[in-house]
Design a protein around this ligand. Sequence first.
Ligand code: ZN
Ligand code: ZN
Length: 142
Amino acid sequence: MSEHVPEPLTGGCLCGGVRFEVTEPPLVALYCHCTRCQRRSGSAASANARIAPGSLKVTAGEQLVKSYNAGDGAFKKAFCSECGSALWSEHPENPDFRAVRLGAFDSDPGIRPSFRQFVAYAAPWEPIPDDGLTRYPERIPS
Ligand SMILES: [Zn+2]
Ligand SMILES: [Zn+2]
């Protein structure tokens, strides 16, 4: 039996201009119901995976990646400036802390969301699924 060397997870934006890889298995995944995520994704919640520090590499289109920093201490939101796709968020002072949007991965990232945060702000038009995941009214306590 040959040793299995895992391929890096790959992903990208809708137009294909931005490509990236994540070289280590994601740490944890979650749904975020905050109003910021509703605005920037146009959906009821955002599914994200927190990744190991330093494990994200942009392999194409680095010049297309723009970040929105609300300036209030929230994570910066990186997106493709050509097609607008949400890609990942990053801590405003420490870019090693990043969370990649699950929908940006090409294939199964091998992790499933294990909790929901900011459910106090959940969209009124979509009931939170009764999926047994732990719900936090605000940010998950760290
Ligand atoms: Zn794009
Ligand atoms: Zn959010």
